[in-house]
Ligand binder design. Structure first.
Ligand SMILES: C[S@@+](CC[C@H](N)C(=O)[O-])C[C@H]1O[C@@H](n2cnc3c(N)ncnc32)[C@H](O)[C@@H]1O
Length: 266
């Protein structure tokens, strides 16, 4: 057994977790044998997975910096994952020491590790909640305590929504969050897609999706127009909803078949 002190008792050690596989792809150590096995199966099909995960983190960093430049100093990071290099509160509080961050994840290891990391940080916290229940997230005591509803909020849904299946009505879920945001707030999204994946790589994509179907979070990859629809009612900032490496690039990131965008609530 590899039950280190940080392992919450509630987790199922027989089932891979998308959150902990992502931690593995990023070189983290908060994953178990079952996660590593699934992650290595993905890597055998798609050796670029670690580079893709890093490219996604790079988008997160660029988006948070952009929001800070727009004066946003409070963030609600949905599906925040297991802490790694360049966490939102680190980027935000380096630029604005009074910046506030609430991390939200459903996965117990992500929440336990985030909570431990933030123990001495009065302006950032992590809560365990399912983002498909916006009332539970938005009404959570910690969200109400830390985020000022009268000031703009940076709502982050980075590599999250492709884990919300159509049957859970993701566009309605996102609309609930958009409606609750104060004017001047921003929504940042990255989302996996099969659009742009070459024909001869589609079989590999299907095999990767089959691995994720065995995890706690099957993939719901979407075309660009469905991803763009998450920004309904917002003003999408330049360069629009684009392929991830094309969004305000500041380094040479690996290719990743994902679309991203940032929208501002008028
Ligand atoms: C690929 S990770 C992304 C982490 C981080 N946002 C990033 O981009 O680096 C996806 C995260 O979404 C979380 N997640 C998936 N479905 C969720 C749900 N319904 N509610 C809350 N979190 C969820 C997973 O547990 C995982 O930590």
């Amino acid at each position: 057994m590899e039950q280190a002190g940080w392992v919450p008792s509630s987790i199922d050690l027989d089932r891979p977790s998308a959150a902990r596989m992502y931690d593995y792809f990023l070189g983290g150590s908060h994953n178990f044998a079952v996660d590593r096995e699934a992650a290595r199966s993905v890597e055998r099909i798609y050796p670029g997975m670690s580079g893709a995960a890093r490219a996604n983190r790079s988008f997160l960093r660029r988006a948070v910096r952009y929001l800070l430049e727009q004066g946003v100093e409070q963030f609600l990071d949905l599906g925040s994952g297991i802490p790694t290099v360049g966490n939102v509160h680190e980027i935000a509080q380096q630029a604005a020491p009074s910046a506030r961050v609430v991390y939200v994840d459903v996965e117990p290891v992500a929440v336990a590790h985030s909570t431990a990391l933030l123990a001495d940080n009065p302006l950032a916290t992590a809560i365990q909640a399912d983002v498909r229940d916006p009332d539970a997230v938005l009404g959570h005591d910690e969200v109400r305590r830390l985020l000022d509803p009268d000031r703009p909020i940076g709502l982050l849904m980075v590599a999250l929504l492709h884990f919300v299946p159509d049957s859970d009505r993701p566009h309605e879920v996102v609309a609930r969050y958009r409606d609750a945001l104060p004017p001047g707030s921003y929504l940042a999204i990255s989302h996996g897609s099969l659009e742009g994946v070459p024909e001869d790589a589609l079989d590999d994509s299907e095999r990767v999706q089959a691995i994720y179907r065995r995890t706690d979070s099957p993939l719901a990859l979407r075309p660009r127009d469905e991803i763009a629809a998450f920004f309904a009612g917002l003003t999408v900032v330049e360069p629009g909803v684009v392929s991830l490496p094309e969004w305000r690039p500041d380094s040479d990131d690996a290719y990743i078949s994902a679309y991203v965008g940032v929208g501002r609530k008028p």
